[in-house]
Design a protein around this ligand. Structure first.
Ligand code: IPM
Ligand code: MN
Length: 357
């Protein structure tokens, strides 16, 4: 089993180091190889997704990814910006199914900005389609407006599109996942306005025929945003397109109090995957040793479960994280009165110790 390690930028390297430490503390040793990605890829090879990095990601059984991006690259041409690395990996590896759990750890109930009774026990899963939609749709660009009241003026444009096979495959993942959980699936769309999402809704409804044991509900994205903050526990699994999923998953993450706690998996049709924390590169705190490594450590656990078929090891890591939280250790992002503030490395060390205990 070979793991490609792509630490990236900002806090990426420090949090990935902690996950590596935890993986190395397991009985079974995995082969790991690192490569630069994002701004680091640009610095090393003039491209955010260097050829060697893509090759490594393709040949590995799984990819552990930190985060990419830094304001200092904002003035580069779009194809050279760090974000293109993650988009390129998703597209090249056909990682179409993005699983973003939002789980509230009981110990962190006070960290949420919502009232404890609204979020306590929260356990929802957002499944975001990751290789289609307006993110990748062609054509796109800036042109002279071909028609309308501003004909001839410059306009920016992108194209939202979803093919039937793309919708079917993500719908199957969603129904199968819901079947293993609370058996409830909410498909989020904007069918009242967008052709693409009327089509989405129709296809999801059709796929549902094969999963009659799962309750399917359709919801408009604006309402879904509202329900997520009003009564988030009503959801079990949510499936939606690339852009709506991007937005809703950030909102869902924050229900739990800290985006620093949430892992994610991006899977292809054969359960090969890329695993990354749901948060970004946080350049403002990079190098200060204060970033929360738990999302990355939990991403490594997801990797063991989904791509490496080591569910027991995944359980061990998740239990170790729970123990550490119960012991009161907190990085600054989740720190409250009465808990003990620790840094990135100390948190990683604590998880390693908890694994052994
Ligand atoms: C995410 C990020 C990315 C996205 C960016 C960095 C391209 O926000 O993984 O959610 O929009 O998908
Ligand atoms: Mn996002």
């Amino acid at each position: 089993m070979k793991i490609a390690i792509l630490p990236g930028d900002g806090i990426g390297p420090e949090i990935v180091d902690q996950a590596i430490k935890v993986l190395n503390a397991l009985d079974e040793k995995f082969e790991m190889e690192s490569a630069p990605v994002g701004g680091a890829g640009y610095e090393a090879h003039g491209h955010p997704l260097p050829e060697g990095t893509l090759k490594l990601a393709k040949e590995a059984d799984a990819v552990l990814f930190g985060a990419v991006g830094d304001w200092k690259y904002d003035t580069l041409d779009r194809p050279l910006r760090p974000e293109q690395a993650i988009l390129g990996l998703r597209k090249n590896l056909q990682l179409f199914a993005n699983l973003r759990p939002a789980i509230l750890y009981p110990e962190l109930a006070g960290a949420s900005t919502l009232k404890p009774e609204v979020v306590s026990g929260l356990d929802i899963l957002i499944i975001r389609e990751l290789t289609g939609d307006i993110y990748f749709g062609q054509p796109r660009g800036v042109r002279a407006a071909p028609d309308g009241p501003f004909q001839g003026a410059r306009e920016g444009f992108d194209t939202m599109r979803y093919s039937e096979p793309e919708i079917r495959r993500i719908a199957h993942v969603a129904f199968q996942t819901a079947r293993k959980r609370g058996k409830r699936l909410t498909s989020v769309d904007k069918a009242n306005v967008l052709e693409t999402f009327q089509f989405w809704k129709d296809i999801v409804t059709d796929v549902h025929k094969e999963y009659q044991d799962v309750a399917l509900e359709h919801m408009y994205v604006d309402n879904a945003a509202m329900q997520l903050v009003r009564a988030p526990k009503k959801f079990d699994v949510i499936v939606t397109g690339n852009m709506f999923g991007d937005i809703l998953s950030d909102a869902a993450a924050m229900l739990t109090g800290s985006i620093g706690m949430l892992p994610s998996a991006s899977l292809d049709a054969n359960n090969k995957g890329l695993y990354e924390p749901s948060h970004g590169s946080a350049p403002d705190i990079a190098g200060k040793g204060v970033a929360n490594p738990l999302a990355t450590i939990l991403s490594a656990a997801m990797m063991l479960r989904y791509s490496l078929n080591r569910a027991e090891q995944a359980d061990r890591i998740e239990n170790a994280v729970k123990k550490v939280l119960a012991s009161g250790l907190r990085t600054p992002d989740i720190h409250e009165e009465g808990t003990q503030r620790v840094g990135t490395t100390e948190m990683g060390d604590a998880v390693v110790r908890a694994l052994a205990s």
